[in-house]
Design a protein around this ligand. Structure first.
Ligand SMILES: Nc1ncnc2c1ncn2[C@@H]1O[C@H](COP(=O)(O)OP(=O)(O)OP(=O)(O)O)[C@@H](O)[C@H]1O
Ligand SMILES: [Mg+2]
Length: 242
């Protein structure tokens, strides 16, 4: 199976603050890989390391055979990675323009792709999140939290990435909406063929749609393997460091 992302022996952090220790992780083509772990374990830092938003001290990040270790965010985007950051985060608000409509934001996110491709890609996004079609003329500043999150993911999809990094996409959403989001995430893989690395607090639901899972505890991988084999008891033990 082709590897989309390979992280090898990664040591990373922020300046002198060391967060990740010897992390190995792979996302194969067509996989949904779930990354779980307690607060502060370094999950967001792992995603930040892939896109050049954290400091990589050693180890390698390889994207579809290309070494992208330490490359800046705009280059990594060009190589086919979309990153929907955890919100709120330490780097400011996501790149949504409040004064633009949903449709205009999607168009804005298509910068750099051939113009004739744009309508089809917007249709792909509406196919995943039909609600965005209904909201197409609404200014983004009026969107609810869940609608905003749909738009943020939709904007990530506009560039037809090979790999989508999702950091807690369902945080703060109502339970009914959470289920819809998990269906949408699976659709992104199934219908658009995009491989996904998914960070989630909602472990049970994430493991249901995940192919494989990793558990990160204080910067070290404590489990890697089948998502289905991780039951809640095992997960609780791992989180507590047993
Ligand atoms: N930009 C930053 N600069 C300095 N330290 C940071 C930065 N971002 C995170 N940290 C620190 O790095 C450690 C790991 O944080 P990280 O955000 O990766 O954890 P996480 O697993 O994503 O947690 P959560 O589940 O709460 O989102 C924490 O101690 C955090 O305070
Ligand atoms: Mg985080």
């Amino acid at each position: 199976m082709a590897e989309v992302l390979r992280i090898e022996r990664l040591e990373a952090g922020y300046g002198r603050f060391h967060v990740l220790f010897g992390v190995d992780l792979v996302v194969n083509a067509g996989e949904i890989v779930v990354l779980l772990g307690p607060n502060g374990a370094g999950k967001s830092t792992l995603l930040n390391s892939v896109v050049g938003m954290a400091d990589v001290y050693s180890g390698r990040v390889v994207l579809m055979g290309r070494d992208i270790t330490g490359k800046p965010p705009h280059e990594v985007t060009k190589f086919g990675v979309a990153y929907v950051m955890q919100s709120p985060n330490n780097f400011g608000t996501p790149n949504i323009f409040g004064e633009l409509t949903v449709y205009e934001n999607l168009v804005a996110a298509s910068a750099g792709i051939p113009r004739e491709e744009v309508p089809r890609r917007i249709e792909d996004v509406y196919g995943i999140f039909p609600k965005l079609r209904e909201l197409r003329d609404r200014k983004a500043k009026f969107l609810s939290g869940g609608e905003r999150q749909m738009l943020a993911i939709g904007m990530g999809l506009m560039k037809s990435p090979k790999l989508l990094l999702l950091d807690e996409p369902t945080a703060g959403l109502a339970p009914k909406l959470v289920s819809d989001f998990f269906i949408a995430i699976r659709d992104i893989r199934d219908k658009l063929g995009i491989s996904i690395l998914l960070v989630e607090q909602n472990a049970r639901k994430a493991l249901e749609i995940g192919d494989r899972a990793y558990v990160l505890v204080t910067g070290r991988i404590k489990y890697s393997g089948s998502a289905k084999a991780l039951d809640e008891e095992r997960l609780a033990e791992l989180f507590l460091g047993h």
